[in-house]
Design a protein around this ligand. Sequence first.
Ligand SMILES: [Zn+2]
Length: 206
Amino acid sequence: MQRQDLSGILADFELFLGLTNLNFYSATLVEEQKDLKAIMEVVGKQREALADNFMYELKRLYRYLETVPDSDVKLILTLRHAHFLTWRQIADCIGGGLTAEDVRKMHDRYCAKHKKLVAREQNKSNSKIYTYRWRKAGKAYLKENPLCVHCQRDGRLTPATEVDHIIPHNGDLKLFWDRSNWQALCKKCHSVKTAAEDGGFGNAIK
Ligand SMILES: [Zn+2]
């Protein structure tokens, strides 16, 4: 009788323990789920932002592709940059006995031509910066700084005729108009510097 009571109490106690554990676990679970929900919300927002960004870039890409006149090149560019296919897969898509190497060459040839075009556009926009205002500012600067600083550095006194941007501005108006980025040079020193900048690796055409 006593024994039975004891086992009954033990059973109750075990049940009680089980319940409290369960409660403890479920409370933690609820907290964890709350955290997880917050994390998922952030991830969701990030994914939306990425998707928005991707859509924006994709639209920009398609708008650009519309301007590509050659239909084969257009297809290659689309399959490569919008569908992320390999050269081999692109060659298979196009058919006509084209190899992966042919396709890659067509792509690279087009890109090289396009880069030149962009550089020409950049030059055009640069020439817009070299306005009357710049000529006037340059003249005033040379009046204050009449000697070529490069020649002077080498111990020669040569009249400066041009204002150079120490750091190439590449169309950046802030760099362009920043007088602390200007230096007076003679024609010879200026063309030596410009040639080094344009010919140098990684330098955009000024
Ligand atoms: Zn000089």
